[in-house]
Design a binder for this molecule. Structure first.
Ligand SMILES: [Zn+2]
Length: 329
């Protein structure tokens, strides 16, 4: 199954055993065989440890494992396609993982952990942790290059209206006038490539917005497009051009064809999903939801299978253990 399109029914039929699921994951991650040892980095000296009895082998505790194990000729250590990835240490079958990944990569409005838990017979905790690990793999590479060209920037506020809170909600009420518990979120979208980058920010002042734009875009080669928010004036002056859309004048598209419609589309999709699928997103996990939205928006022209291949290409080095994830929630 190297280049064909995936679907959940097809995965159900093709992955008859856990060994089949390992084979597919090895194919997707490594193109079949590992180039380098994940423990010491030695290249070209990894070999497959043949299980004694066909597709299964006995573990130290005597139970039968279908895990496909490789060994490094350099450091002599054993590893599998799961070592040092989002799958590291998982007790959930790789067959289930692959199906859930495809499902997450196929759903535009995102899938809730609750749905995954019901459909795959997992505990809500396992499903929640699984979905967050998948989101971890969707995070942008830390060394992702700077954006150049026509870039739209915008900010929005995420969260409910404090006035609609349930009277038993533990957060203090009534709130002080002029304060809010909504969270500002900032996003950039590249006009041509549709690459989206978003993040939680502390405020929407000129300093904060300017710093974020400088962090993500090569400002000297950026044709910035924003709304009238005064926070963009200073940074706009550093760019070769800054086009401003005045919504109060009913102007949503500039004569040149651009505007802020793309980044506004990004936010409206994000809000629709947060309202519809994830009713209670806590602020501390919002960045990981945003990573998922950036990934889905940026890859919107890919097929679900292409998106799944892309995701599996970035599972390495992204272990996410349970404790830091849960924090003090
Ligand atoms: Zn090694």
């Amino acid at each position: 199954m190297s280049k064909q399109e995936f679907s959940i029914p097809k995965l159900v039929t093709d992955l008859k055993s856990e060994a089949d699921a390992y084979l597919l994951l090895e194919q997707l991650r490594w193109g079949g065989t590992p180039d380098a040892c994940p423990k010491c980095g030695t290249v070209g000296r990894c070999y497959f440890l043949n299980p004694a009895n066909g597709s299964t082998r006995k573990t130290r505790t005597g139970s039968v494992s279908e895990r496909r194990v490789w060994k490094c000729g350099g450091c002599r250590k054993q590893f599998s396609v799961l070592t040092d990835t989002i799958f590291h240490g998982t007790k959930i079958s790789i067959r289930t993982w692959l199906m859930v990944i495809l499902q997450v990569c196929s759903s535009k409005n995102s899938v809730s952990a609750w749905e995954i838990s019901r459909q795959y017979g997992l505990t809500p905790e396992s499903a929640w942790h699984m979905v967050h690990r998948i989101r971890e793999a969707m995070k942008r590479e830390p060394v992702a290059g700077l954006l150049r060209g026509a870039i739209q920037a915008d900010e929005t506020w995420i969260g409910g209206n404090p006035a609609n809170r349930h009277r038993n909600d533990p957060r203090e009420l009534p709130r002080k006038a002029g304060t809010t518990d909504k969270q500002p979120v900032f996003a950039l979208v590249h006009y041509e490539t549709r690459e989206a980058r978003s993040t939680v920010v502390n405020d929407v002042t000129a300093n904060t917005l300017g710093d974020k734009i400088r962090e993500w875009a090569d400002i000297e080669n950026t044709y910035l497009q924003t709304d009238k928010h005064t926070g963009y004036i200073k940074i706009g002056a550093e760019a070769p051009s800054h086009e401003v859309v005045d919504h109060s004048m009913g102007q949503y598209k500039l004569l040149g064809g651009a505007g802020t419609n793309l980044v506004e589309g990004f936010f409206s999709e994000l809000k629709r999903s947060l309202d519809g699928t994830h009713r209670h997103v806590s602020i501390e996990h919002l960045d990981r939801y945003l990573a998922q939205f950036d990934f889905m928006f940026t890859t919107c022209k890919l097929t679900d299978s292409q998106r799944m291949r892309k995701l599996i290409g970035t599972v390495a080095g992204r272990r996410l253990t349970y404790m830091p994830l849960v924090g003090n929630a």
